[in-house]
Design a protein around this ligand. Structure first.
Ligand code: GLC
Ligand code: CA
Length: 577
């Protein structure tokens, strides 16, 4: 059996709007990406995932699509996309794109038709329910069909006068959910997927895929403040999603050699993930889970306390996913962040040991089993920005909450900004820091979004020429994963955590079961704290032959195996076990 190409891939996610502006209108675009392919080649990655570039009113920066067959004017043309694919392929870089199946924009012509009347042939493309009416003080009051909340604030229902019904929208009101009970919706997407596959893309990141099926429309009974209940179980990872995915596979995906990676949301378990990714089920190749995204003391720490990783929690989570998926012969996707999370440098790294801690984070994650996805800017250590006013936020979900909390419920606006700054998705969406010129080399015009104040120190150009930079450390990891004698160990080796109760060190081995004289094992060790920790590898692994153990990577430039690990020290050893 030949190995699937995506098992040897290192992905790089591009938030197109913030990546590189080629025509100086302040908005990142497709040609901007093409112009930066040489940089990506230099970084060494061989796969890019491009966030949505389709025609869209940009309520949610393109996740609200109004035409799946064309490119947004903000980003270029279909020809530009063709050129990008050709140029990427020339450099050995595969390209996957976002496939947004859960919803369309309310400006998509299907929805414009759908809301005209209940008899319109497109009405059933979306999820409509009649209002409920209750009596309050003798008055008849119209209510939503259920008490379910939306991810972006408020109810997940929106009323349309013309048809006297509510449509479902689990994100923003400009993003009506599609109705997969209607087989015509599937027919439409088979055509759309086929179009992009024939166009030449190498696969898809399936956006919000967990939410395609909805449960019966009954009120949630969970206890939570507020009128609308954040009961995501009502529309996450339900059985029917698998039926739809199997149909897509049968009708279109299986005709091409694709990488399919699904976003499966917060409540997905390893068991759920296996349902999506077991090869025998013919659904997806891998999924992004969210388990490791909030593993620090941020929400508990005293004001003068330092931000810290909860080391034991983080280890437990990674361990669960690695062993759970590997044991079942499925596949994992490895990532620190995407466009919906804070920057890992601000989230898990330590500002006092910035260089060492950002490096050790990369080291512990990217020697694991699975396909890595680096988020643009992560490789140079981009951080969260400082939000100074409400205008610095661009995310529709922040704007919705601002409207509800500050405008309607009179919360103090400063306090609001303080509260959302840390968790907002806008943290990951500031413009890419290419160099120290104005606007960080992103554009010569005023960019659509803010740039972090630190761009003069943290930028691609500076780090390219600095041998000790984070960027060059990422390049080393990528090279080891793809080109070194250890590449098979990294791709196929069994993952096993050791010293799982250690509160400072994350140690795991990757071991290939082969009978040869060559090294068959990598030992990955990361000190995830600012403590100096005593450590003797031969007392942990008593059968190790230290004379035949080599250092593969070290963020302290070690020449000999240390007996003490410094603050945020990380080291990878190769040996035979
Ligand atoms: C996914 C995307 C997010 C988007 C949402 C709706 O979670 O990652 O950015 O807002 O789906 O499409
Ligand atoms: Ca542009």
């Amino acid at each position: 059996m030949s190995t699937k190409w995506w098992k040897d891939s290192i992905g790089y996610q591009i938030y197109i709007r913030s990546f590189k502006d080629s025509n100086n209108d302040g908005i990142g675009d497709i040609k901007g990406i093409t112009n930066k392919l040489d940089y990506l080649h230099f970084l060494g990655i061989n796969l890019i995932w491009i966030c949505p570039f389709y025609k869209s009113p940009m309520d949610d920066n393109g996740y609200d699509v109004s035409d799946f067959f064309s490119v947004s004017e903000d980003y270029g043309t279909l020809e530009d996309m063709k050129e990008l694919l050709n140029e990427a392929h020339k450099r050995g870089i595969k390209v996957i794109i976002d496939l947004i199946l859960n919803q369309t924009s309310d400006e998509h012509w299907w929805f414009k038709e759908a809301k005209k009347s209940k008899n319109n042939p497109y009405h059933d493309y979306y999820i409509w329910k009649d209002p409920r009416y209750i009596n309050v003080d003798g008055k008849r009051i119209r209510k939503e069909p259920t008490n379910w909340a939306s991810f972006f604030g408020g109810s997940c229902w929106e009323y349309v006068e013309e048809v006297d019904q509510y449509y479902m929208k689990i994100f923003s009101k400009k993003m009506p959910d599609l109705n997969y009970e209607n087989s015509r919706v599937i027919d439409e997407f088979v055509k759309i997927i086929d179009f992009w596959c024939s166009f030449g893309v190498d696969g898809f990141r399936l956006d919000a895929i967990a939410h395609l099926a909805k449960s019966e429309f009954r009120d949630s009974l969970i206890e939570a403040d507020g009128e609308y209940k954040p009961d995501w179980s009502k529309f996450s990872n339900l059985d029917k999603v698998h039926t739809y995915l199997k149909e897509f596979n049968r009708r279109v995906f299986s005709k091409y050699d694709l990488l399919l990676v699904g976003e499966v949301g917060g409540n997905a378990t390893v068991k759920d993930a296996l349902l999506y990714t077991l090869p025998s089920r013919r659904e997806l190749n891998m999924v992004f889970n969210f388990d490791h995204n909030w593993c620090n003391n941020k929400w508990e720490k005293a004001p003068d306390e330092k931000m810290r990783i909860k080391v034991l929690d983080l280890k437990k989570i990674f361990n669960k996913w690695e062993t759970g998926l590997q044991g079942a012969r499925s596949w994992n996707a490895l990532y620190w962040l995407n466009h919906d999370q804070p920057r890992v440098a601000s989230h898990y790294a330590d500002m006092q040991y910035f260089e060492k801690s950002t490096k050790v984070l990369a080291l512990v994650l990217y020697f694991m089993w699975g396909t890595p996805f680096i988020y643009n800017g992560e490789e140079i250590g981009m951080t969260n920005p400082t939000f100074k006013s409400i205008d610095d936020f661009k995310d529709v979900s922040v704007k919705n909450c601002y409207q509800i909390e500050v405008v309607e419920n009179k919360k103090d606006s400063k306090k609001f900004i303080e509260d959302v700054s840390y968790s907002t998705r806008d943290n990951a969406r500031t413009i890419m820091q290419w160099d120290d010129s104005e606007n960080g080399g992103f554009s010569i015009c005023k960019p659509w979004n803010i740039i972090c104040d630190n761009y003069k120190e943290i930028n691609v150009e500076r780090e390219m020429y600095d041998k000790k930079s984070l960027l060059n450390f990422y390049r080393k990891i990528i090279k080891i994963r793809l080109e070194s004698e250890y590449k098979n160990i990294i791709r196929d080796g069994i993952y096993e955590q050791i010293e799982s109760e250690d509160e400072n060190l994350y140690i795991y081995i990757r071991k290939l079961k082969i009978q040869s004289k060559k090294n068959n094992t990598l030992i990955v060790i990361g000190n995830l704290t600012d403590k100096v920790v005593d450590f003797k590898i031969d007392s942990i692994l008593t059968n190790i032959d230290l004379n035949n153990t080599k250092i593969v990577l070290s963020n302290y430039d070690r020449r000999a195996i240390p007996e003490q690990l410094k603050e945020y020290e990380g080291i990878v050893l190769a040996t035979r076990l």
